[in-house]
Ligand binder design. Structure first.
Ligand SMILES: *Cc1c(COP(=O)(O)O)cnc(C)c1O
Length: 420
């Protein structure tokens, strides 16, 4: 169904009902003013053109209203995070009371582990996937140490088999059969940032719960990319960032999901701050803490409105495009990338990412055997912005909101030229 020529790529772009969204983003350019082939939205999503207006509005309200902006701004700052909840909850498949935007990803991961990692002497281990994002691994190891355990014993890795690149669910089942009684928490990154593999979240959650474990997911590479269907998975918690597929700007705030079964549990241990206090009486500054139900109850501080304005701009763009439409395009766009890479017929190339679209998002991790980082440098010189992971993997993420079939075609051409 795909063809390896520019006319075909152009035809796909003409037929693409979402192609006009590209014009709503700033596409980085080279010094000569030509658009780069930006395939790095898995690392930092591009800026929607409306973002500056949304931020400017808050700056104006601040200039004109000062502190009154908390209640009198067009989008009052006190409840500002609530303006993001509905769209964000929809994107990750959660109920609104299960989602809150706050802090940054690693901070939220710690806050969630404070509540959901409650080890005992015998049930204390944490499972992560073996190629977990380093920050997640550091966070998990430090939680183990914080509770007095040695990460060498407490951290259990779910690994691919020898000679394989992807993790098999059966192997996770086997770990649970052997060590389930000692495991307190499963914390899995989805989609995996390195391999691009998406895991079966519901099956993992059911498996973890069967052994009395808590289950949490890091959706840094899932939110805005795949449909994680969080509520239906039954997961206890999840965290994600908003600067990758959610296009909300470098270091922007993260999202957090807490399953509604924990919404009213006041006995859960947690770290608290005034933003988790009952909104009606927060400013009475009373001494007793009156916890908000749901995910909002984990908020600590009054949040940075300028960052939230950028998230609102991004979420409005997702609302306009419709996530189902985006996902449909994404499957085709990544399928085309896969077809073109396969068509290079180069024995050095091995796509690590699963072939099944259900088991991946938009990213393909392309291993180029015996290549080194100079390959990435040459791609950059050829106008392709991609991402390199040692020892020999380029990660290419065509994003359905702003990447075109033509982008993908030109990438494959340039890769071919460089490899020859
Ligand atoms: C990007 C990413 C992070 C980054 O964490 P921050 O706290 O936002 O700096 C953490 N974990 C995963 C899986 C990521 O992909």
């Amino acid at each position: 169904m795909f063809q390896n020529n520019l006319e075909f790529a152009k035809k796909c772009d003409v037929e693409d009902s979402l192609s006009h969204f590209r014009d709503q983003f700033h596409i980085p350019k080279n010094p000569a003013g030509e658009e780069l082939i930006y395939l790095c939205g898995n690392s930092l999503g591009l800026q929607p053109k409306i973002t500056s207006e949304y931020i400017k509005k808050e700056l104006e309200d601040w200039a004109n209203l000062g502190v009154e902006g908390h209640t009198e701004a067009e989008h009052p700052w006190l409840p500002y995070h609530e303006f993001l909840t509905q769209s964000m909850a929809k994107l990750v498949g959660a109920k609104p009371n299960e989602v809150v935007i706050m802090n940054t990803l690693t901070t939220n991961l710690h806050l969630m582990m404070v509540s959901f990692y409650q080890p005992t002497k015998t049930k204390y281990k944490i499972i992560v996937e073996s190629d977990a994002f380093p920050s997640d691994k550091y966070a998990v190891e430090s939680q183990l140490r914080f509770h007095g355990f040695d990460p060498k014993e407490g951290l259990v890795l779910w690994k691919p088999r020898k000679g394989e690149e992807l993790c098999r669910f059966e192997d996770l089942e086997e770990i649970m059969e052997k060590q389930g009684d000692e495991i307190a928490l499963l914390m899995i990154g989805n989609t995996n940032y390195y391999s691009g593999q998406s895991f079966p979240l519901k099956k993992i959650t059911e498996l973890g719960h069967k052994y009395g474990c808590m289950v949490g997911f890091d959706l840094a590479h899932g939110a805005g990319n795949i449909e994680p269907g969080l509520h239906d998975t039954g997961a206890d918690f999840a965290v994600w960032c908003s600067y990758k597929y959610l296009n909300s700007g470098p270091g922007s705030l993260g999202g957090c999901f807490v399953n509604e079964r924990h919404a009213h549990n006041k006995d859960l241990k947690r770290f608290t701050g005034w933003w988790g206090h009952n909104k009606q009486t927060r400013f009475n500054m009373r001494h007793e803490f009156d916890l908000l139900p749901g995910a909002e109850g984990w908020q600590l501080s009054n949040p940075p409105i300028l960052s939230m304005a950028a998230i609102r701009a991004s979420l409005d763009t997702f609302e306009k495009a419709g996530f189902e439409n985006l996902r449909k395009k994404s499957i085709k766009l990544t399928g085309y990338l896969e077809f073109l890479v396969d068509n290079l017929n180069d024995d050095r190339i091995n796509i690590i990412t699963p072939r099944n679209p259900e088991e991946r998002g938009c990213q393909l991790s392309i291993q180029v055997i015996s290549a080194d980082k100079s390959l990435h440098t040459k791609l950059t010189e050829a106008g392709v912005i991609s991402d390199w992971r040692e020892p020999d993997v380029i990660r290419i993420a065509p994003v359905p909101l702003y990447n075109s079939f033509e982008d993908v075609y030109h990438f494959a051409q340039r890769l071919k030229e460089i490899l020859n």
